[in-house]
Design a protein around this ligand. Structure first.
Ligand code: NAD
Length: 427
């Protein structure tokens, strides 16, 4: 276990919140701030369905292991279910339900015509060969054949899965349907209908929202210092864009620790997780721990690695003026209220990293229309979606005097509730 994980766990005085705790807490919080039919909130507290399947795998040595797979579909009032598939030993029914609810809120904040889903297999993919992962994925796809589909439920990569996993799902589903069906998953390789700009999208949206937030508070990017925890798809892309736009990135980290330079790092010279996994500290002159990175006296802190890293144990020591959540759920609710009381502005994950699902939506639109968009077009459309979402959330902050997190949930839950109101409950 990494130093940062140990210290975070030691600091936490309560067990970490689960995604389901967070999803229900945020739903109730948003409901308490807006006029909304309580029967709709009751419906939104539960998933529409949770599919649990058994996935047998013939191992390379000929023995058979059996794994549990899940797909939770939370709400589809605004469009097909959308959300990732993760392969991780912690995956269980409750986790996927909670994460499917987060996806419903996230898609609504950026106004995509999708609902929320999440799934996965309770497995450690690092313990499997590539051939075993492919067989496991194809069998899992078969078990979900009647659950997923381009107009019903569209998976994407998540922890432990990647573009290759999506290609295997697309291939298996297409063979079974006797037609090429790229729109059944997003986050695919470009060769089979993936989109330009998908990989960079969550980091790009984190950078866009950070830029808007700083501008809102009259803090020019050229005078802003930034620390980013995690240097993967989200963290590296956010850090590099913020540096390109004039910010001084003083620290970036991976699981081994952080590269630190008070005068500003050259983030393009440090390999991202994709380019060379876990090598950040090898390219650094000075290093600090992940725990120290979170407590740096910077203007902007972007936690973009793991959930539950800002807790009751370290919230009093956070010195950034702004926190933009790149990871999903990096701040516990207790920590969130400590940061709010201390005047630190926190922009939540469901707005900041929603660029990922937004470009997934663009990928799906391209696939169903048999068209491809240029990278410039993807980035222009992403900018437009993120600015619209930012404006909607900002209006709630200004009109209701709520936090950025509360405002984002108000926007999301109001849109979902309005759709339920219009469609009604059948029969
Ligand atoms: P990634 O695998 O590309 O990179 C993760 C990075 O975090 C790596 O640099 C890794 O070394 C680092 N890390 C891992 N454990 C750490 C620890 N204990 N301390 C510090 N750093 C650690 O992952 P990603 O796709 O960038 O995802 C990061 C977070 O963003 C996750 O919470 C993910 O759920 C969320 N997210 C990802 C996407 C997406 O499309 N990639 C979209 C939305 C949200």
């Amino acid at each position: 276990m990494s130093d940062s994980l140990q210290s975070t766990d030691e600091q936490a005085e309560q067990p970490p919140e689960t995604p389901l705790d967070t999803a229900r807490y945020q739903l109730d919080k948003a409901a308490s701030l807006i006029e909304v039919d309580e029967n709709i909130i009751e419906r939104l507290s539960h998933p529409t369905s949770v599919h649990e399947v058994t996935v047998p795998l013939k191992r390379d040595d000929g023995t058979v292991d059996v794994f549990s797979g899940y797909r939770a579909q939370h709400d589809s009032v605004r469009g097909p279910y959308k959300g990732g598939l993760r392969y991780h030993p912690h995956v269980d029914r409750e986790e996927v339900i909670g994460l499917s609810m987060w996806m419903t809120w996230k898609c609504a904040v950026v106004d995509l015509p999708f609902g929320g889903a999440k799934g996965g297999i309770n497995v450690d993919p690092k313990a499997l060969s590539d051939g075993e992962i492919e067989r496991l994925t194809r069998r899992f796809t078969n078990e979900l054949r009647n659950v997923i589909g381009p107009q019903t439920d569209i998976p994407a990569p998540d922890m432990g899965t990647n573009a290759q996993t999506m290609a295997w799902i697309m291939d298996t589903y297409s063979i079974q349907e006797a037609e090429t069906a790229p729109a059944v998953v997003t986050g695919k390789p470009i060769a089979v209908g993936g989109s330009e700009g998908r990989q960079e999208a969550p980091g790009r949206s984190v950078a866009i929202i950070s830029r808007e937030l700083l501008e809102y508070y009259d803090r020019p990017l050229s005078e802003t210092t930034v620390a980013v925890q995690g240097f993967g798809s989200v963290g590296a892309n956010a850090a590099r864009l913020l540096e390109e736009w004039g910010a001084t990135v003083v620290a970036v980290s991976d699981v081994n620790g952080a590269a630190y330079d008070l005068t500003g790092l050259d983030t393009s010279g440090i390999p991202s997780h994709d380019q060379e996994p876990e090598a950040v500290t090898e390219y650094a002159e000075d290093t600090i721990s992940n725990a120290a990175l979170l407590e740096l006296d910077v203007d902007l802190l972007v936690p973009a690695a793991l959930g539950n890293v800002i807790t009751e144990g370290n919230a009093d020591d956070i010195r950034a003026d702004f926190v933009v959540e790149g990871a999903n759920g990096p701040t516990t609710f207790t920590a969130d209220s400590i940061l709010t009381d201390r005047g630190i502005h926190v922009v939540p994950d469901i707005l900041a990293n929603a660029g990922g699902v937004t470009v997934s939506y663009f990928e799906w639109v391209q696939d169903i229309n048999h068209r491809t968009w240029s990278l410039d077009r993807v980035n222009e459309e992403l900018e437009a979606v993120m600015i619209d979402a930012w404006d909607a959330v900002r209006r709630e902050v200004e009109n209701r005097g709520v936090t950025w997190r509360e405002a984002a949930y108000i926007v999301g839950v109001s849109r979902i509730a309005a759709a339920h109101e219009s469609r009604g409950l059948w029969p």
